[in-house]
Write a protein that binds this ligand. Structure first.
Ligand code: TYD
Ligand code: MG
Length: 458
């Protein structure tokens, strides 16, 4: 067998060298060389996009006969929705998340569901032994006929087994443990991850196998292998949440077959992940009564409307610079809102520590949270509780104006359904017919000052 050649490529400028170099002679950057398998591009190269058939001519879009999208369900409606309505055959889905967040658990549950519907599933793991998987499976009550577990990390052997078993769906757990024997670098390095993903991409497109690839997230928060996986796959999902909190969010960051702002909510129980069909109810269930600094906010992610409890604590700074600590919301956004509160409303917080937290360990980056942040800070600062029957939503502008938010009717409906009696919304979203349509009291506001007096009662 001919020896497979590898070469080293600078990831910044593309300079190619047969040996590894510390500094690139072309762009003079350090530590940019990554080992790659040298592939001869010939006229016979098989296209991965067309699944092996070489279609060499441009065609008119009207003459393309597409086989109607035949997605199949994972039997986990939350996941199906995030995927855009189920799994597209032959698609490559990357599931990223911190170690220990529940990726393997989710995918084992998915494997079980799919295999129970009669499809063949191959679960390839380089992280756990057969015994460990079996233990997890018994905990999750999984015993399916069509689910194959393969503990291997050598890509050459894996390729052979895939050809043998011919699964409909395969799971690769995780891409960081897979090793391509042609490449001399250790598993988990950029070269190995790149080679591994491109191999799985080829196999998956060619044989129309839907593939889930697990990718661990680095400390910096990106998928290991500087985002290089993201452009190679069809869909990128992130599984997130606080480790010591049981709620988990599944989010699409890229999706060639659906919208990217869908959100799935799960709870990790001792028998695996369960879907939270009505997350609002659970997330706001612990809201304390008559305590300052806590407020219920309405958010909409994708098609899902959710109510969350937001808490702020404002306390005098004892020493040095005032602290600004946030969990679940964007730090810069908070800095901006605090500046508006100071300048426009006159709330003096320059010598106060401010802590902000979304209850339940969720991370939400939606502008409609702004008003909630501002009001919870004002409530804590003035030590006046916000009534538990109030929900707030609105984006705060730099001059303290309250800007409109999307899907207002969905938000109002959700609040009404959960028995709230007031919702503070941006004036721009208000319409006269709301008073007729809803029984909940709707309070339109134009600026921050007015919102504070509505929410705090003065
Ligand atoms: P895991 O799926 O192994 O995480 P990842 O693959 O993302 O690294 O999940 C590990 C955590 O989930 C572990 O801390 C235990 C917890 N867990 C439960 O709480 N309930 C369960 O039924 C299972 C299987 C795991
Ligand atoms: Mg795992």
């Amino acid at each position: 067998m001919a020896k497979i050649k590898t070469r080293y490529v600078c990831q910044i400028c593309g300079y190619v060298n047969p040996k590894w170099l510390g500094k690139c002679p072309e762009c003079l950057k350090w530590n940019t060389f990554v080992e790659e398998v040298e592939e001869k591009v010939s006229s016979k190269t098989v296209s991965t996009v067309t699944g092996g058939k070489s279609s060499s001519k441009p065609v008119k879009i009207n003459s393309i006969i597409s086989n109607k999208e035949e997605r199949f369900s994972t039997n986990i409606p939350e996941l199906d929705r995030v995927l855009g309505g189920g799994i597209v055959p032959g698609s490559l889905i990357l599931v990223g998340g911190d170690p220990g967040i529940g990726k393997s658990t989710l995918l084992l549950q998915v494997s079980s569901n799919i295999s129970e519907s009669g499809k063949k599933v191959l679960y390839i793991t380089g992280e756990e032994s057969e015994n460990q998987i079996k233990m997890r499976a018994s905990r999750l009550n999984i015993n399916s006929e069509n689910l194959y577990i393969y503990t291997e990390n050598n890509l050459a052997s894996i390729e052979l087994q895939i050809a043998d078993i011919k699964p409909d769906v395969m799971i690769v757990d995780s891409i960081q443990t897979m090793v391509s024997p042609e490449i001399s670098s250790a598993p988990g390095t950029v070269s190995q991850i790149k080679e591994g993903t491109s191999k799985f991409m080829k196999i998956s497109k060619k044989n129309s196998i839907s593939t889930f690839i697990v990718g661990h997230v680095t400390k910096e928060g990106s998928l290991a292998g500087p985002r290089l996986l993201e452009h190679m796959v069809d869909t990128v999902l992130y599984f997130e949440g606080e480790r010591y909190n049981s709620y988990r969010l599944l989010r699409a960051v890229k999706n060639r077959f659906g919208s990217t702002n869908e959100l799935g909510v799960f709870e990790m129980k001792n028998r695996g992940l369960v879907e939270l069909e009505n997350p609002s109810k659970v997330l706001i269930s612990e809201k304390p009564e008559n305590v300052s600094g806590s407020v219920i906010v309405s958010t909409v992610e994708g098609t899902r409307s959710m109510l969350l409890e937001l808490q702020a604590l404002v306390a005098p700074t004892n020493f040095g610079y005032p602290r600004r600590t946030t969990t679940g919301v964007d730090n810069n956004r908070v800095a901006l809102i605090l500046a508006v509160l100071e300048k426009v409303v006159g709330i003096q917080i320059q010598n106060q520590d401010v802590f902000i937290n979304i209850v339940g360990g969720l991370k939400i980056n939606e502008p409609s949270m702004d008003l909630g942040i501002a009001l919870s800070v004002a409530s804590s600062f003035r030590n006046i509780p916000i009534d538990s029957g109030i929900v707030v939503t609105g984006e705060v502008g730099l001059t303290g104006e309250i800007r409109t938010v999307s899907f207002i009717e969905k938000r109002i409906t959700e609040c009404e359904k959960l028995g709230f009696n007031k919702i503070i919304i941006p004036k721009g979203n208000y319409s006269k017919k709301f008073d007729k349509d809803y029984s909940i009291e709707i309070i339109p506001v134009t600026n921050l000052r007015q919102s504070i007096s509505e929410a705090l009662g003065r």
